[in-house]
Design a protein around this ligand. Structure first.
Ligand code: NG1
Ligand code: ZN
Length: 541
């Protein structure tokens, strides 16, 4: 039974009226000062989710990723480390919006939900909670914890400051491993570093072929990646973390980080332009679930290696290694992208490598769900958010291959590398640290320089524009967001413009994280891409 008196007192402490929330592409994300109500209700809902799942641990992450420092947000992580199931997103939204009406409306919605789902509010539940480095984090955490305390038997593990993917990973391990296993961020480091050691030992890699410069966006990724790499001899003296001032909240994502580098196609503050071909650089976003790489070529020109380039690198690597393990017929390999993937990357994967590509709507949960249909599913958004997932069949086939005494030495070695690679990748969600290790391992194994990686294909010039419109909800799309259904008559106008350019593509969709419409255009030259983007923006306005 809910203790309505306590509930009302806590409601009065944390909830305000007059705001409408929506669970978007990455949970609830707004200016931090309007988030107290939704933090409180999300605490309640996450507890209910755990009770619904018979006490399995559910994760809650407080972050606003690459957004400015004054924003914050919250998202719920399901027990396998994946994003919250879709039907519960609307419960989360409706519960929050009932709380912005009145206590009576909130209580009525909550009681109705509890009875509709047949939940016992006194049952046992478990939550794993963490936050990024934002100043508003402690206050919002307090509201969230008070929400979950409305349910008397929810056990809460507060992990403090973590990267988003660390929380996803620890949530999944909490549900997978025996209760007495110490599952904390040091467990995370141990898992990934031991996979790294196995792979480098198998492949005879004794040192990193380049110096590594990491721009940590002045976010929580800075202390976490330092904590991980500085304990390990392999990385001694070969890496440097810049933009590591995570304790100054205002500097978060300011002139640095993956989003800044990808959007502006330029070096972040703190990384110098030079043509040192022995150097590779990368940028994390504010909660370290995205990464982009880059280098400066022999002319000192900035060259971006984004999510599309990572997808193609992993796709090529796994194709080669599946073939040397003689598994290309038994295990399927596919790549999942969104409409923002550069047309050249899709062409390269499908036509040059001959690997199937699927396109899904924006948001990693869509990509993830599609990727699990392959035995090795590589998925990345162009902005650097993505990972690789491996099927149960993958584990079975690789393990049975490893126990087969008649394998040639080279097949055996490939099987071992495949098996260890599945441990180097954070399969629950895109992870800047794990993706970074994965890319460095692939480049070291293939003996590729960043230049060689970049030369595999050349991006089509492209442009992404944000257009402010009175009501973005009228922009409805189909065909993985590549065509507009409404406003009526707009898509034919876009088609007519696209037809005027070479190798051109353009699409329009409403953002799920900002109050704006995004226009993407690509074409054979920079001038054409810019001109197409600007003309499509004009017809949208
Ligand atoms: P929206 O605002 O829905 O375009 C943005 C990114 C997504 C994804 C989410 C979540 C682009 C064009 N869009 O979504 O890829 O990362 O944020 O953070 O980069
Ligand atoms: Zn992020």
């Amino acid at each position: 039974m809910l203790d309505t008196k306590t509930l009302e007192t806590l409601y009065e402490t944390h909830c305000k009226s007059g705001f409408t929330y929506a669970y978007g592409t990455a949970g609830f994300r707004y200016k931090a000062d309007v988030l107290d109500t939704v933090m409180f209700t999300t605490g309640v809902l996450a507890g209910l989710r755990s009770i619904y799942l018979e006490g399995r641990t559910v994760g809650v992450m407080i972050t606003a990723s690459h957004n400015p420092p004054e924003d914050n947000g919250v998202k719920i992580v399901d027990p396998k480390g994946e994003m919250l199931e879709q039907s519960w997103e609307s419960y989360a939204t409706d519960l929050a919006n009932s709380a912005t009406q009145s206590f009576t409306a909130f209580l009525a919605y909550l009681q109705n939900l509890v009875s509709e789902l047949g939940l016992d509010t006194d049952a046992l539940g478990s939550l794993a909670v963490a936050r990024d480095s934002r100043e508003s984090g402690p206050r919002l955490l307090h509201a969230l914890l008070n929400g979950s305390r409305v349910l008397p038997n929810i056990r809460i593990t507060d992990y403090g400051l973590l990267t988003t993917p660390q929380l996803h990973f620890l949530t999944s391990k909490r549900n997978e491993l025996p209760n007495d296993t110490a599952i904390d961020r040091f467990f995370y480091y141990k898992e990934f570093l031991s996979a790294w050691d196995d792979i480098t030992a198998l492949c005879g890699i004794q040192s990193l072929p380049y110096k590594l410069e990491i721009d940590a966006a002045n976010g929580i990724g800075a202390p976490r990646v330092k904590e991980m790499l500085s304990t390990h001899k392999f990385f001694d003296g070969v890496f440097r973390v810049v933009n590591d001032d995570w304790e100054t909240p205002a500097s978060l994502n300011h002139l640095c980080g993956a989003d800044y580098v990808k959007t502006n196609q330029r070096l972040p503050y703190g990384i110098q332009a030079n043509n040192d071909c022995q150097r590779i650089c990368c940028s994390f976003d504010g909660d370290a679930d995205r990464i982009v790489f880059y280098f400066c070529d022999s002319e000192g020109q900035f060259r971006l290696l984004d999510g599309d380039k990572m997808a193609t690198l992993f796709a090529k690597f796994f194709q080669d290694i599946l073939s040397s393990a003689n598994l290309q017929e038994r295990l399927s390999l596919g790549v999942v992208q969104t409409a923002y993937a550069n047309g050249s990357s899709t062409h390269y994967i499908e036509r040059v490598l001959g690997i199937p590509v699927t396109c899904t709507p924006t948001g990693v949960k869509h990509l993830h769900h599609e990727a699990i249909n392959y035995d090795i599913g590589v998925y990345f958004e162009a902005n650097g958010h993505g990972t690789v997932v491996f099927s149960k069949k993958f584990d079975e086939v690789v393990n049975s291959g490893l126990s087969n005494k008649h394998q040639s030495d080279s097949s055996l070695q490939s099987l071992e590398v495949l098996s260890k690679f599945a441990n180097l990748i954070n399969q629950t969600v895109g992870d800047a640290i794990s993706d970074m290790m994965g890319v460095l391992a692939v480049l070291s194994i293939l003996k590729w320089t960043p230049q060689k990686w970049n030369q595999e294909y050349t991006d089509l010039p492209n442009k992404l524009v944000k257009v402010l419109v009175p009501d973005r909800t009228v922009f409805k799309t189909t065909n993985a967001e590549r065509q507009l259904l409404s406003p009526l008559g707009l898509q034919p106008k876009i088609n007519a413009l696209v037809a005027e350019y070479h190798q051109a593509r353009s699409f329009v969709r409403a953002s799920g994280t900002e109050d704006a419409v995004r226009v993407y255009a690509e074409a054979s030259t920079r001038e054409e891409a810019d001109s197409l983007a600007s003309r499509v923006s004009q017809v949208v306005e």
